[in-house]
Design a protein around this ligand. Structure first.
Ligand code: MG
Ligand code: MG
Length: 267
């Protein structure tokens, strides 16, 4: 069942989302060759608690850490470890928070040092597809319109759209209805309405869309070993239009990137 949020609930969701946004901004300034994902995980946990929230993933479905850290061919749900990041890696960082009973949940794929042009393009296209999907989050549209926009764009580059993992409604639970696949058909699926809050999160592989899972029961990786990217935002539908609750601005401040990509999603 889809839970429609009140204006007050949406403000609480925004608060939780912003804690994740700031955490990812802090992480952005710490990512460099030689740093371990476990070290970054500890920094994130401390940062979230210092901001009066709890890590949203730690213990959720028994996940052991604060961040999902998925380098290179890992798609999502990678477990932080003591292996140092290397120059040329990419690292997808997914972070959750819980404050006032509401969850925040978003993700960004970072470059470590100098990354190949081909991989940079995968990151660029995946992030662009996130915004194409968000643009379809209008009252009266359907879930399939969002998935179609993401799939149509990313497949035009020959990339693979992961099928088994999808975006989702967000609220007092990390994963609420509706499921928001990154693939779909125009005009199909549940109708989008004012007051819905969702996480849109394209997981896009450079090669095949097929994935495998490691024996740790968590880590998802591409079947062909090629890199994968993951970007995620939290969005509310307000006045019929998508409004971003999360922001990448803290990441961009840390990395010295100028961007106006979020402006059309502010009301
Ligand atoms: Mg999510
Ligand atoms: Mg996430």
């Amino acid at each position: 069942m889809i839970k429609i949020k009140t204006a007050e609930e949406i403000e609480l969701l925004r608060e939780s989302a912003l804690i994740v946004s700031k955490t990812l901004g802090m992480i952005a300034s710490e990512i460099k060759p030689g740093v371990t994902t476990l070290h970054l995980d500890k920094l994130a946990e401390e940062f979230i608690r210092d901001h009066g929230a709890e890590p949203g993933f730690l213990g959720l479905y028994d996940f052991p850490n604060t961040l999902c850290m998925s380098p290179n061919a890992q798609v999502v749900h990678g477990i932080p470890n003591d292996k140092p990041l290397e120059n040329g890696d990419i690292i997808s960082v997914d972070c959750g928070s819980l404050k006032n009973g509401f969850y925040g949940d978003h993700a960004y794929t970072f470059e470590v040092g100098e990354v190949d042009e081909e991989v940079k393009k995968l990151l660029k296209v995946t992030k662009e597809s996130l915004y194409l999907g968000i643009r379809e989050l209008r009252a009266g549209n359907r879930v399939g319109d969002v998935g179609f926009a993401i799939q149509n764009y990313t497949e035009s580059f020959g990339y693979g759209v992961v099928r088994e993992l999808v975006g989702h409604g967000l609220g007092r639970k990390m994963h609420e209805d509706p499921e928001m696949p990154n693939y779909g058909r125009r005009g199909r699926g549940k109708k989008l309405k004012n007051g819905m809050v969702v996480a849109i999160e394209p997981m896009i592989n450079m090669g095949t869309h097929r994935i495998n899972q490691l024996r740790d029961g968590w880590t998802i990786l591409t079947a062909d070993g090629k890199p994968s990217a993951h970007f995620e935002h939290d969005i509310a539908i307000i006045n019929g239009k998508p409004e971003l609750l999360s922001t990448f601005k803290y990441i961009y401040e840390a990395l010295g990137i100028e961007s106006d990509e979020e402006e059309e999603f502010r009301q």
